[in-house]
Design a protein around this ligand. Structure first.
Ligand SMILES: C[S@@+](CC[C@H](N)C(=O)[O-])C[C@H]1O[C@@H](n2cnc3c(N)ncnc32)[C@H](O)[C@@H]1O
Length: 313
């Protein structure tokens, strides 16, 4: 299990963005790879550049395990990975001007129009890059999908913050699984490089503090599901819904399964409604700590207010 040390859980951190010097145990230039797949490129780069620290974003657990095994086998100390949508992670986990380079190799192109909102290099991501990259820092994209690279270029150009080269065709030995796959089919490979020349501002929405609310009301735990399951709110930048409730048979606690959306970033989590010596409290349940975003906080406080309200009438 030595490989497990590479996977970090920023959801549990008390403050965001994390102090990467604390995570890596030193101050070094930060390089990010998004969607590292089996991790071969990330492992190779981290070994080739011991002077840098590397953070990889990936969604798939199998990929994370494969990559971490490679890091462990190579004895790497300068790489960590996070299982998180990089569109959210890059913005929330890095301070302005703190990243030397962001690399994306063969992102899912999502060519269908109805999947356009899943594409990585959208307008928000371009602004995030313009915020988190160091001045002179670079975004480097490799893809077989020329139209994806062109859309990325247009979104980056719209920020007015980059000097952009490409997309242009490149040769060379494949360095990732997907590059091998596409080259073996005879497809052209394109590269896009954007160098940061000016900064953009982005709003960060996650914080470390855990939302909780003490209730004045006395509750009947058997009645809680009826009162809060189905509770939902939708507003321009987010939404939440409480999906179901589990009543603990042996203690004063009800667990609520909830979904929250902050723009394109979705989370599922549990809210606990429980009784201690001081009375009833509504808080995030520790088993599934989500990022404390506006939608998550709003869900916790809406549950508290629904329970307080009906009890008071
Ligand atoms: C087509 S594969 C490419 C993998 C690898 N870079 C390569 O070239 O072989 C794309 C990878 O990006 C990951 N991915 C897709 N969207 C992501 C996102 N928003 N954040 C982080 N990883 C993502 C997927 O899980 C998948 O492993």
């Amino acid at each position: 299990m030595g490989f497990a040390k590479y996977l970090i859980e920023p959801r549990l951190f008390a403050g965001l963005p994390p102090d990467w010097r604390w995570v890596f145990g030193r101050a070094a230039p930060l390089v990010v790879e998004i969607g590292f797949g089996n991790g071969e490129f990330l492992a190779e780069e981290a070994a080739r550049h011991p002077e840098n620290d590397y953070l990889g974003f990936e969604l798939t657990l199998t990929c994370i395990e494969k990559a971490c095994r490679k890091f462990h086998a190579a004895g790497l100390a300068n790489v960590r990975v996070v299982r998180l949508d990089a569109r959210f992670g890059l913005r929330e986990l890095f301070a302005d001007g703190s990243v030397r380079e962001v690399i994306v190799n063969f992102p899912c192109p999502w060519p269908k129009a109805r999947h356009a909102d899943r594409r990585l290099v959208n307008e928000g991501f371009a602004r995030t890059l313009a915020a988190v990259l160091e001045s002179g820092g670079r975004f480097v994209l490799a893809t077989d999908a020329r139209s994806f690279a062109e859309e990325a270029r247009d979104n980056l150009a719209a920020t007015g913050c980059f000097v952009i080269q490409g997309p242009y065709e490149v040769d060379g030995e494949p360095r990732t699984r997907y590059e091998r796959k596409w080259r073996s089919k005879g497809l052209a490979i394109y590269r896009l490089v954007a160098e940061k020349k000016a900064a953009a501002a982005v709003e960060r929405i996650a914080e470390g503090k855990m939302p909780h609310a003490r209730l004045k009301a006395e509750l009947d735990k058997g009645d809680i599901p009826r009162r809060v399951v189905g509770l939902k709110e939708v507003w321009p930048r987010g939404a939440f819904v409480v999906k179901e409730a589990f009543v603990a048979p042996d203690r004063d606690e009800v667990l609520l399964r909830a979904f929250a959306a902050d723009g394109e970033f979705h989370q599922q989590f549990f809210i606990s409604v429980s009784r201690d010596r001081k009375g009833w409290i509504v808080q995030l349940d520790g088993a599934t700590v989500p990022f404390r975003t506006p939608a998550v906080k709003r869900a916790v406080f809406a549950v508290a207010s629904a329970l307080e309200k009906e009890s008071g009438t």
